[in-house]
Design a protein. Structure first.
Length: 330
């Protein structure tokens, strides 16, 4: 305990004295890191499943998943405690637009908040392991899942590279949602059952959808100030806000469609199904990118055997896994 206490004291000192510019310099000097990571990640998503199937390898990894998700939950909870209060204080003293457009150097780049914003950026690399666990367990990986991980990593690295003002908003919102999400994933890996799934899964996706709305509002606010007054009016980057708006908008529609298909059966308002050149040709009543939504949770992850339907269990026992996005594009 004494060693742990000393370590915590040293870490608090490091937090207090942290200077974020050195980390930004590293990010600017190593733009290749997220590109290489994304290439390796996509190779795992699209090629490793076939190898595992041919080798008849399927790992359970239950305890590894419990530990991994618990670590990310703790990380996200601490990150929330370091970023959200600072953001709220900024809203109170500076106003909304100032929290979006003020140069990070002036109010959150250094100190505990700056450290945890930096950790948020770099955490997108190890978070790719979420997908590796799915692949090693031979579970399908839906388009939303891998698209989200790839684009978040690339966008976060680009944002930190350009030291954009809205960065604290993005980090705080993501930390807050992940605090709940990874606790849920850890609980599901530990087989806590359908009651928890029914109560929490819709909440998580609702929070994710709200996060995307928040991201769009923040991005548009920064873009408007930048267009009207240039870089002196808002600490953002023209390419970054365009990428950010495209990213958050695509996430919003993908998460909304997943939620809508899962809980409303893919029906449009008024109870009629889409037809013609509508989204129903791509998103059927119970599927998304060829994957049965009945065996997924609404956060885009896959439930354990306790929560899968009898049909899904039978298909797995017969060695006929569900189609993934890869299968769909062949």
């Amino acid at each position: 305990m004494e060693t742990f206490s000393k370590w915590m004291d040293d870490f608090r000192i490091y937090e207090r004295d942290f200077k974020g510019q050195a980390w930004i310099d590293f990010t600017q000097e190593h733009a290749e890191i997220p590109v290489f990571a994304t290439c390796a990640y996509l190779a795992i998503v699209f090629y490793l499943p076939d190898l595992l199937e041919s080798w008849q390898i399927k790992l359970r990894l239950q305890w590894s998943m419990i530990a991994w998700n618990a670590i990310l939950a703790i990380f996200s909870i601490i990150g929330t405690s370091r970023t959200v209060p600072h953001l709220i204080e900024g809203l109170r003293t500076r106003g909304f637009e100032a929290t979006v457009c003020t140069d990070p150097k002036a109010w959150y780049l250094d100190g505990p908040t700056g450290l945890w914003v930096g950790l948020f950026i770099y955490s997108k690399l190890p978070e790719l392991m979420d997908t590796v666990f799915l692949v090693l367990r031979r579970r399908p990986v839906i388009f939303l899942h891998w698209f989200h991980h790839c684009t978040v990593l690339l966008y976060c690295w680009h944002s930190y590279h350009h030291r954009i003002g809205p960065g604290l908003w993005f980090a705080a919102m993501n930390f807050a949602v992940h605090s709940i999400m990874y606790v849920y994933y850890a609980a599901m890996a530990a087989h806590y059952g359908r009651a928890l799934y029914t109560a929490i899964a819709p909440l998580i996706t609702t929070l994710q959808i709200l996060q995307m709305v928040g991201g769009m509002v923040v991005t548009v606010t920064g873009a408007r100030r930048y267009v009207m007054g240039g870089a002196t009016a808002c600490a953002t980057d023209a390419a970054n806000y365009k990428l950010g708006l495209a990213m958050y908008t695509s996430y919003f529609f993908l998460f909304f469609l997943l939620f809508w298909n899962k809980y409303f059966g893919g029906k449009c308002f008024g109870g009629k199904s889409h037809d013609g050149n509508t989204l129903s040709r791509q998103f059927s009543k119970n599927t998304l990118c060829g994957v049965d939504l009945q065996s997924t949770d609404t956060a885009g992850r896959f439930n354990n055997a306790l929560l899968r339907s009898n049909a899904s269990q039978q298909a797995l026992q017969q060695g006929s896994p569900q189609k993934s996005c890869k299968d769909k594009t062949r």
